[in-house]
Ligand binder design. Structure first.
Ligand SMILES: [Ca+2]
Ligand SMILES: [Ca+2]
Length: 331
């Protein structure tokens, strides 16, 4: 890097540095074709839904312009404007789990004079118009992504995921989609890790219906979370509200049950996924849950003389007759 900086001070140095940079920056790993924009019944669509590239160090910054956004000629009308918003917090895969970046790292997305920065504790970041459709009806813009360190000198290695939507004054916005960028260090350094991180980020952003903690598997830990919050209201998906109605009840329990034992297809495609609990474990888990729930309700009933109103009576009725519980009959 020092040699490069001294070279840049030579009258022709910048040209040489530029050529060196072009030669020395390897193509981003993984899938790196542009996100393609099109129209479906007046709404913007993106295909494929997820893309990935990798940051490269360039004069102390961690930077990439891949992938970009593109629409073929004839897709849109001349003068149509398109922009991006960031619609979820910045996500990070550290090789074990998806979370907010571990050391407060942020990513800046920019083009021309416009930029937006996203961190691990922002739920939404208003973006900018990135381009205008030309006379041929197409558009192509490579956005600049810069990874900024947090409270450590260098960003943590791993995959960084940004969930975005494309908007236009002329059309309905796209569905959210994932951009994932890898940053390599001593511990995160292989193509296999890159692909793994991309898959787990997709499993988090587009989870299986029954995956409470969005780790890509529907298994015992999801069931445990749902069980702990059963009957509660004013809760989030991470507490077991799979249906999105703000409550944890029988509907959520059924959604989890229907996916139990499933692995997200992106993770399954890696071929290295941990083997989830066999589906036969479900009835055993269900039996324990049902028995405890009935016992808890009976105790409460004895104290108050009535059932809690937010517990589904249909659910309890299957376990209360003769003191015998059978999930198999219920489902
Ligand atoms: Ca899970
Ligand atoms: Ca629910």
């Amino acid at each position: 890097m020092n040699d490069t900086k001294s070279l840049a001070s030579h009258p022709w140095g910048w040209l040489v540095v530029l050529l060196m940079a072009i030669q020395s920056v390897p193509p981003a790993w993984g899938q790196h074709t542009d996100v393609r924009l099109s129209l479906d019944e007046g709404a913007i669509t993106v295909s494929p839904r997820a893309e990935s590239g990798s940051f490269e160090e360039f004069f102390g910054s961690f930077f990439t312009t891949l992938p970009g956004l593109r629409a073929a000629d004839g897709t849109f009308q001349e003068g149509d404007q398109f922009g991006v918003n960031i619609v979820e917090r910045l996500l990070h895969w550290d090789g074990f789990k998806v979370s907010a970046p571990l050391h407060g790292e942020t990513i800046t997305l920019s083009t021309g004079p416009f930029s937006v920065e996203i961190s691990g504790d922002q739920e939404f970041a208003e973006g900018f118009i990135f381009g205008t459709v030309g006379s041929q009806g197409g558009i192509h813009e490579d956005l600049s992504w810069t990874l900024l360190p947090g409270d450590e000198p260098e960003p943590t290695g791993g995959m960084y995921g940004i969930v975005m939507e494309v908007f236009s004054p002329a059309y309905a916005s796209s569905e959210p989609f994932l951009f994932a960028q890898g940053h390599f260090d001593e511990e995160f350094s292989t193509l296999e890790q890159f692909d793994e991180g991309f898959a787990y980020l997709q499993a988090y952003v587009f989870p299986l219906e029954g995956d409470v903690n969005r780790d890509g598997f529907v298994r015992l830990d999801d069931f445990t979370i749902l069980k702990e919050h059963f009957g509660e209201s004013g809760v989030e998906r991470e507490q077991g509200d799979l249906s999105g109605d703000g409550a944890v009840n029988l509907t959520d329990f059924t959604l989890l049950k229907s996916d139990f034992g499933a692995t997200h297809p992106e993770i399954a495609a890696l071929g290295t996924a941990a083997v989830p609990e066999p589906s036969t474990a479900w009835l055993g888990l269900c039996g324990i849950f049902c028995a405890r729930l009935v016992k808890k309700q009976r105790r409460r009933q004895a104290l108050t003389g009535r059932l809690r109103p937010n517990v589904d009576r249909r659910f309890l009725s299957h376990f209360s007759s003769g003191g015998r519980a059978s999930c198999e009959n219920f489902f």
